[in-house]
Design a protein around this ligand. Sequence first.
Ligand SMILES: Cc1cc2nc3c(=O)[nH]c(=O)nc-3n(C[C@H](O)[C@H](O)[C@H](O)COP(=O)(O)OP(=O)(O)OC[C@H]3O[C@@H](n4cnc5c(N)ncnc54)[C@H](O)[C@@H]3O)c2cc1C
Length: 394
Amino acid sequence: MRSAVVVGAGIGGLAAAGALARSGWKVTLLERDDRLRPGRAALVLWPNGVRALRALGLAGGLEGISTPVPAAGIRRPDGTWLVQPGAVDLTGEIGSPPVVVHREDLHDAFIAALGEQVDVRGGIAVQSARVRRDRPAVGDGRVTFEADLVVAADGPDSAVRRRLAAASTFASGGFAAWRAVIPWYRAPEIPAGTELHGEVLGNGQRFAYASLGERGSAGGSTRGGMYWVATVPGALRPEPPTGQLALLRRWFAGWPAPIAQLLAATEADDLVQEPVGEVTPLPETFGVVAGAGGFALVGDAAHAMPHHLAQGASLALEDVATLQTVLAELAVPAALGEYSRIRKPRILRVLQQSRKAAAVLQVRGRLAASLARVHPRTLERAAAAATEWGGPTG
Ligand SMILES: Cc1cc2nc3c(=O)[nH]c(=O)nc-3n(C[C@H](O)[C@H](O)[C@H](O)COP(=O)(O)OP(=O)(O)OC[C@H]3O[C@@H](n4cnc5c(N)ncnc54)[C@H](O)[C@@H]3O)c2cc1C
């Protein structure tokens, strides 16, 4: 039986561990935290991500926990339209819209799909990656784990990537970002005539919001509420969460409804501040041969990029779908070469779109006023272009 060690139990790691176990591999999943915790808040899965989930046999887990996101358009801070609702088709080749899902619900679905075959070890912060007895091995300074394949899914600051591709580092993208979900029981009333999904863009700042299910849907098996994500130029804020919340309320004061209502209903504990950045340069290869086996870099460990297109999780799922497909056909070293050959050009294409989106978001001051009509549409077109994925083999 072939064996794999998966490092990191985020979206990429959980999907990889489950996919390999279902394909007959003996899998050990290592996570730095003591227990498997979901990421907080929510995320959008684009049609390519849903398609990758389908390829992995996990799309069924989305039923009942995801809410379609309509093409809600983009407004200016004064409430006028930059892009009218429905002006850009976001449904991708498979004709379904993006969906928004609570990360805890997605986490539960992935855990359920792990099955009994995965040996989960919490409290293991991997520090080393090397070849041992002709196989790849990782360790935390106390225990070493070796296998035919090591999947590095340990996020943007990947310790495994640092060992394999030391020149590639996670660099700030010049933004700070916050996400929150306000559960329905304390979500604000949304003023009549205001959409439950939307986006407002101006002067380098961006505020997007979406509803997770319908008001009152909490209490079932899923976590409902109002989700929002705010992006602001600058570095991460050092203030405690109450101070960050006060800043957000000030920065977005006067922006159209329901932004003030959402920020007023947000509690400091709801806030998740996250760095926005990019792994640069991209590792030369996402598959490193080590003896008779090797290492695969997936998700943010391989190619973290700013969240402007909300593609990070979808790309991690694409990575895993490709990895699973090539490993079904080839021995590990050959599969890793094929994996990288397929994934590198795809990631470079999305990165290019992500940079276009960043250029739109960075437009500030007088320039913003003159370019505003052109650029936001570029943002939506970039998002739509990023959803075009040729499937696990290309
Ligand atoms: C503000 C914001 C909004 C976003 N919105 C979206 C969105 O709407 N849609 C979308 O698709 N993407 C979105 N993203 C990106 C998305 O969250 C990430 O791309 C995705 O979570 C990456 O998953 P991952 O499994 O690769 O890494 P992670 O989620 O970072 O998981 C890494 C795991 O590895 C563990 N770990 C780390 N180091 C070690 C170690 N040394 N040893 C063992 N374990 C370790 C961590 O504890 C963690 O569990 C957003 C990002 C931001 C910042």
